[in-house]
Design a protein around this ligand. Structure first.
Ligand code: EAX
Length: 356
């Protein structure tokens, strides 16, 4: 997050948020106005179309970010690049959309990193429990050398990775009873992302986890195929999981990044100046989307409470019980992820904490 972006966001958007508090609970995901587009028009040969698909719905912060991306790209290319947005996994869930990019039938997507660890094993580092105590520490890693290296590594297998956003801190919801401690999870059927580390987390805590794509999740919760799931507040609300889940616990157990991907087949056809424009727009989208997500997080938690969800907030001591029980997960995954990468990130987080 650059200072200019933060300042612009506060000045352009701050006023709108003040107004929001007066609105009713149903207006929870009323979004701030989009920032103005800055930067010169870019001229290059050809006309292009970008179909951009995401798993989350139109009422989430991710989609708001995409709208900003669309505005930047269309305005600065003077309409020579058209962006069409497809939210709600209508063109496929995270994995399917990523495959479509590889096949060249879709131009862009922005999945969680977790379902892609089968392609990029180092992404599993972000699935380690309680890795980032503050979102700014995730920013420092993602926007720093480690994040840059990961974008380069993920620019392979028919993909070009051009930026980061956030899904955010994951919270547990379920249909059965309040969860305050690991024992309360005994036997609960929890849907996880298609990711072995997440399965390990929930097994270690005593739950009965089952992996499933995001596109199938609402129906599975509604029909009682699973008792619970975990996602950030904004994703819980925008997917209406609160309509089929009475209980939630603010666990903050994993911080999930979104990664912005482009089809290499499309990218290779784009003139260099347009590639630079798309990269720049992806960076601005990532900064803005993280701001929107963080600004709305507490308000949405409150709206979920107001809608009748029973939300358990854990004391630091209660969180520590979960953390201690999950410490072995770090050892289990050390070799697979790479000990050096884990140590690097933990060191950066510690330094950031000491500076606080
Ligand atoms: O696109 O699968 C999930 O729980 C995620 O939130 C999904 O990646 C959103």
């Amino acid at each position: 997050m650059t200072t200019t972006t933060t300042t612009r966001f506060v000045s352009v958007v701050g006023g709108a948020f003040l107004g929001l508090t007066a609105l009713s609970a149903s207006a929870a995901t009323e979004m701030p106005p989009l920032p103005d587009v800055t930067g010169d028009k870019v001229q290059a040969d050809g006309d292009f179309k970008i179909k951009f698909s995401i798993g989350t719905t139109e009422s989430g912060a991710q989609y708001r970010g995409l709208e900003y991306f669309e505005k930047i790209v269309e305005q600065r290319s003077d309409g020579h690049i058209q962006v069409d947005l497809f939210p709600g996994a209508q063109l496929g869930d995270d994995r399917e959309a990523t495959s479509a990019l590889q096949a060249g039938t879709l131009e862009m997507t922005m999945p969680s990193t977790s379902p892609l660890v089968n392609m990029f094993p180092q992404f599993a580092v972000f699935d380690l429990p309680f890795l980032f105590p503050q979102p700014e520490m995730a920013d420092a890693v993602l926007d720093g050398e480690i994040g840059q290296q990961m974008l380069e590594d993920a620019s392979s297998q028919g993909l070009v990775a051009i930026g980061w956003g956030e899904n955010g801190y994951r919270q547990l919801t379920n249909s059965q009873h309040p969860v305050e401690k690991p024992e309360d999870l005994d036997g609960l059927k929890i849907r996880t992302m298609e990711n072995d580390l997440h399965l390990d987390i929930w097994r270690t805590l005593g739950a009965n986890p089952t992996p499933m794509s995001f596109a199938e999740l609402f129906t599975a919760l509604e029909q009682g195929v699973v008792d619970g799931q975990e996602n950030p507040w904004i994703t819980i609300e925008s997917s209406k999981f609160n309509e089929v889940q009475d209980y939630a616990t603010e666990t903050n157990h994993v911080y999930t990044p979104f990664i912005t991907l482009v089809s290499a087949r499309f990218w290779d056809r784009l003139p260099e100046d347009y590639q630079a424009l798309v990269r720049d727009a992806a960076t601005k989208m990532g900064d803005y989307q993280r701001e929107v997500s963080r600004t709305l997080n507490d308000q949405i938690k409150q709206d979920l409470k107001d809608s009748g969800m029973q939300i358990t907030e854990l004391s630091p001591e209660q969180v520590k019980v979960f953390q201690d029980q999950l410490e072995p997960v770090y050892e289990d995954w050390r070799d697979e992820i790479g000990g050096e990468l884990i140590d690097d990130i933990r060191e950066q987080v510690q330094q950031a904490q000491e500076q606080e």
